[in-house]
Design a protein around this ligand. Sequence first.
Ligand SMILES: Nc1ncnc2c1ncn2[C@@H]1O[C@H](COP(=O)(O)OP(=O)(O)OP(=O)(O)O)[C@@H](O)[C@H]1O
Ligand SMILES: [Mg+2]
Length: 261
Amino acid sequence: MQKENQDIIIAIISGTLFVLLFGFISFLVVVSYVRRKRKLLQEKEAREIAYQKELLQAQLEMQEHTFRTIAQEIHDNVGQILGLVKLNVNLLVLALKDNEIVENLRQQTNKAMAELRYLGNSYHADRLAEQGLVDAVKQQLEQLQKTGMFATTFYSEYDRLQISKNALIFLYRMLQEALNNIVKHAKADKIDLSISRKGEEVCITLKDNGQGFNSADGSFKPGIGLVSMQERAAMINVQMELNSKLGVGTTIQFRFKQKNV
Ligand SMILES: Nc1ncnc2c1ncn2[C@@H]1O[C@H](COP(=O)(O)OP(=O)(O)OP(=O)(O)O)[C@@H](O)[C@H]1O
Ligand SMILES: [Mg+2]
């Protein structure tokens, strides 16, 4: 009888142990399955992000290539013709001294050439890099001021920034887009741009006094301008902050450490 009891106890204990062991092994299998699945998912997400990044990089490179072609076309075709016009105008100036109409023509030709050079340079990455971001941006604001539609202010604590060529081009294109947006959408008459030092960081702030917008509004239509601005910022380690208030205006700020971009 005692032997029978012992057998039952042993059977219960070994049964329990078996169930526990089985449960434990099943638990381990499930945990490792979940972990593997999560890892695969993370890898897939990382691959997708890398792919999107590469795609965007390719798009931006293509855009730069197009800009470069435009710059070359401007320089080689229209630039050449204007060069000949200038030559002839100079001959006219010599032939008809002190003629007011000819003098006006000379000034207008020079102006057209300067404008064209500016346009060509702003599309040409190498020229932009030579000129530097601070000067290039200052010139952009001067162009807007010249239209008579805006009062602009420009302030910079830097003469030149020590940043990579890639970052310079990206920042310039981002500011170009932000300025285009002001011209297209803001209905502003004042634009302020400052490049200031905040500790180790450079802080570029562009502000308009236009109608502003509310991105949470149902009628808001996002374009590719703001999105690609954000993507470009992320690609070169620039913090971008956008604040817009209806009836007050819009401020965009880019912050970065020179050594990081
Ligand atoms: N400075 C601004 N003032 C007022 N509204 C603005 C300003 N900047 C952007 N917006 C609003 O945000 C929207 C999205 O801007 P975004 O640059 O993404 O697109 P878009 O300029 O309409 O088109 P695109 O793709 O050609 O840039 C604009 O349509 C406009 O309504
Ligand atoms: Mg836009």
